[in-house]
Design a protein around this ligand. Structure first.
Ligand SMILES: C[S@@+](CC[C@H](N)C(=O)[O-])C[C@H]1O[C@@H](n2cnc3c(N)ncnc32)[C@H](O)[C@@H]1O
Length: 274
């Protein structure tokens, strides 16, 4: 249902957007507590002669999630998170924050998500000395001013009522010179508005890349695995909705990405130093 109405929702009122996405993710976290499902993004795969992520060696246990992890790895790009205080907003089931905590070695890694159940699930599932999770709203981040060196945001901002309020919060919690590392989808032509919102918030653009082709390639590679997992875990009448949500081949969101009607962007931005 959700991606079937992706277009209408993304253009709907802030209150409706918050309500629909908030209930959906709370429902998912409450109803599906399986510990092996730790990512909810569409993933990223390198393209021959196209955009590519830095090489990434993964431990065996992380290999099944390689493409979702690569989306995080590409989001971070060449930002150095070692020894830094890092916040992820919209951390979902916690797989991304756990990857960053274990492979990019920040001093501290905090994941916040609007869904209380997702934050609780993440705390239970992922443990590392530098990693923690809590419930929190992107539009009202529960952290003091200037408390992070980097904010990471993966495939989540399309759910927010107000992008401007979110960006105001990002700038507030970042230290001067801190980086905002962002990836998400926008309908064709709408990214110009997002770029303007970044500029309006006072964030300087360091890198901007359209990665739609990489995301579609990842969806192609993981479609069979996602279909199989959905057929095992979801009642038959809900399967089309879960397949839509997962963006498997043939669904509307997959076709929209493939046709370029929905585009996927990656940006690295910086809060000014003064
Ligand atoms: C598509 S999932 C991506 C999760 C995770 N980043 C990943 O890649 O696996 C979007 C997430 O954004 C969260 N979210 C939606 N609105 C939010 C808000 N206002 N504040 C914080 N998180 C929010 C949802 O609960 C959901 O977990």
């Amino acid at each position: 249902m959700l991606t079937r109405v992706f277009g209408p929702i993304i253009n709907s009122s802030p209150a409706l957007k918050r309500a629909v996405w908030g209930r959906w993710y709370q429902f998912l976290a409450r109803s599906y507590k399986n510990e092996d499902w730790t990512f909810m993004n569409y993933g990223y795969a390198n393209l021959d002669g196209g955009d590519s992520a830095p090489p990434l060696y993964l431990q065996e246990g992380d290999e099944p999630d390689r493409h979702s992890i690569l989306l995080y790895h590409r989001t971070v790009g060449d930002a150095d998170l070692r020894g830094k205080d890092v916040l992820e907003v919209g951390s979902g089931r916690g797989g991304g924050s756990s990857f960053l905590a274990r492979y990019h070695n920040p001093a501290s890694m905090l994941g916040i998500d609007y869904s209380e159940s997702a934050a609780a699930l993440s705390s239970k599932r992922h443990t590392a000395p530098n990693l923690s999770f809590r419930q929190g709203d992107a539009e009202n981040i529960p952290s003091p001013d200037a408390s992070f060196d980097a904010v990471v945001n993966v495939e989540s901002s399309h759910c927010y009522g107000s992008m401007e309020r979110f960006l105001g919060e990002v700038v507030r919690v970042l230290r001067p010179g801190g980086q905002f590392l962002w990836v998400d989808m926008r309908p064709r032509g709408k990214f110009d508005e997002t770029r303007e919102q970044f500029r309006g918030a006072g964030l300087g653009m360091l890198q901007e890349t359209e990665i739609t082709g990489n995301v579609v390639h990842a969806l192609d590679l993981v479609t069979d695995r996602k279909r199989e997992a959905i057929s095992k875990q979801v009642p038959k009448f809900l399967m089309p909705y879960f397949e839509d949500f997962a963006g498997v081949r043939g669904t509307r969101v997959y076709e929209a990405l493939k046709a370029g009607d929905v585009q996927y962007w990656r940006c690295a931005l910086q809060k000014p130093t003064d």
